[in-house]
Design a protein around this ligand. Structure first.
Ligand SMILES: Cc1ncc(COP(=O)(O)O)c(C=O)c1O
Length: 487
């Protein structure tokens, strides 16, 4: 039998509201239950793969199923299979939570289900995106005339902006990528530091700039690209098409390159300067940290995220290009006479890689309005303070070692094996074991990394809900785990 949801409703007395009410009520209840259980639930997922498959890997059905049943099955199916990454004690990778207004706006984005490609396909979505883009530039202190794109994340923001960089540096050498393609083009050289994030490398590989053209230059003890290394690299060849990728907050210790020195240096050699500011660009949203980004506004392009520090739900990234004309030229659409382009409003398509797309700006718009300038500054400052406390307190515990005191919201510790005459390999193994034990305890979640040859635990604080009490609770839990593994 066909479900009442399978075909358009024929019963004139059954309104859409009546039909959807039980389904959406059920969804709201499930969401509230989920979001309010952070104090009692394990932070790490606990359900094993085999069980998740038993519950979720179902045969494809021939017959329709009532939506209430579908949603009910989904909720029970994922039970224990989600990390509590929206909660206050999740410190893995760099994953932000969801601000209430952003979450609600995200639901509405799906409800309205607009195609936000053009002003013509969704007028209000275009105006909201235009406005949220302007707010972001103000918050991040980027040039007012810069163009922007709302992407699915920072990786895609790199692809967006580095596509523009490739276009621009080849154009300076008389090569027109849209017309001539890449075969036979002058090779592009990329100069960056050893601390660059893999997503910039991946973006460059996608764009046909092979690994052998990417040069990872050395950094100083603070993780900052050494200016003389950049200068020598720039001078090594007489100005081939060059892209310089700099770091605003690296993933391990949150290191910031020295933009006031490096950007003019790169500029003097006609290089395009791109900034990976996935979390670090947000330092400009608080007066306390703005010194870290001095000079960053002189770059040609910037990439950052909303789903990390702004606490917008996934997927949310932002790409900015100083010269809007080049942005449009690189991503220009071909002939599609059925599209209606606006002359009065901002069409999004000329700045995006997608054609059809989600009206992705609504949750960002809502998040910024919910917090305002002062609320965002407070969120950034609070996360940095919690990260500093958490990292230094864990680092001071017996059998722990502070590796990197946080500059922003990223810290590193490692754990020292209690075995007599322990080797570096023992400490590395003990670090991994301790991280696994902490995650298994359900009290907090952290991820590992290898930093300067040592295994380490990354401490990333990016959630609006984390409190002093959470920090105390996590330090106490880790102290207990270390005590029992040393016993
Ligand atoms: C420094 C840095 N750049 C880029 C990225 C990629 O961001 P996304 O996961 O949003 O694509 C990350 C992710 O953690 C990052 O830490």
């Amino acid at each position: 039998m066909l479900s009442r949801y399978t075909v358009p409703m024929s019963d004139p007395h059954e309104t859409l509201r009546q039909t959807l009410t039980p389904l959406l009520d059920q969804t709201v209840d499930a969401a509230l239950d989920y979001l309010s259980a952070s104090n009692t639930r394990s932070v790490a997922a606990t359900t094993p793969l085999v069980t998740l498959r038993q519950r979720l890997d179902l045969p494809l059905t021939d017959q329709p199923i009532d939506p209430e049943q579908v949603i009910d099955d989904l909720i029970t199916g994922v039970e224990g299979g989600l990390h509590d990454s929206t909660g206050p004690r999740f410190f893995g990778w760099v994953i932000g939570g969801s601000l209430p207004a952003a979450l609600a706006a995200d639901w509405l984005t799906s409800t309205w289900d607009q195609n936000a490609g053009l002003y013509a396909t969704s007028p209000a979505s275009a105006v909201v995106e235009e406005t949220a883009g302007r707010w972001l530039k103000e918050l991040l202190h980027l040039p007012a005339e810069a163009s922007f794109s709302f992407t699915t994340g920072c990786q895609m923001a790199h692809i967006n902006t580095l596509t523009v960089a490739r276009h621009a540096v080849l154009a300076r050498h008389g090569w027109n990528v849209p017309q001539q393609g890449l075969f036979g083009a002058p090779p592009i050289r990329v100069l960056t530091s050893t601390e660059r994030h893999e997503t910039t490398m991946r973006a460059l590989r996608f764009l046909g700039i092979g690994e052998q053209n990417i040069h990872a230059l050395p950094v100083d003890d603070a993780g900052r690209l050494i200016p003389s290394a950049l200068q020598s690299a720039l001078e090594a060849e007489p100005n081939p098409p060059t892209i310089v990728v700099l770091q605003a907050g690296d993933v391990n210790i949150g290191a910031f390159d020295d933009f006031t020195t490096l950007i003019p240096l790169a500029r003097a050699h006609h290089a395009w300067v791109h900034i990976d500011g996935a979390m670090g660009l947000w330092a400009n949203a608080t007066p306390r940290l703005q010194h870290l980004l001095l000079g960053v506004e002189q770059a040609d392009s910037w990439a950052t995220d909303g789903h990390k520090w702004l606490n917008v739900p996934y997927d949310s990234g932002y790409a900015f290009v100083a010269d809007a004309t080049i942005h449009r030229a690189a991503l220009a659409q071909g002939d599609a006479p059925y599209l209606t382009n606006s002359t009065a409003a901002r069409d999004q398509l000329p700045y995006n890689l997608e054609f059809s797309r989600r009206a992705r700006a609504y949750p960002t718009y809502a998040a910024i309005r919910q917090l305002g300038r002062s609320g965002i500054a407070d969120l950034i400052d609070r996360c940095c303070r919690h990260c500093h406390t958490l990292t230094t307190r864990i680092g001071a515990l017996p059998h722990a070692q502070l590796l990197a005191e946080p500059i922003i919201n990223q810290g590193l510790v490692r754990f020292l094996s209690p075995t007599p005459n322990a080797t570096e390999a023992d400490h590395n193994a003990f670090t991994d074991q301790t991280i696994a034990a902490i995650n298994h305890s359900g009290e907090a979640f952290f991820g590992p990394t290898t930093w300067r040859g040592k295994r380490a635990m990354r401490i990333s604080v990016s959630n609006w809900q984390t409190t002093d009490h959470d920090i105390d609770r996590v330090v106490a839990a880790i102290a207990k785990i270390l005590q029992s593994s040393a016993a």
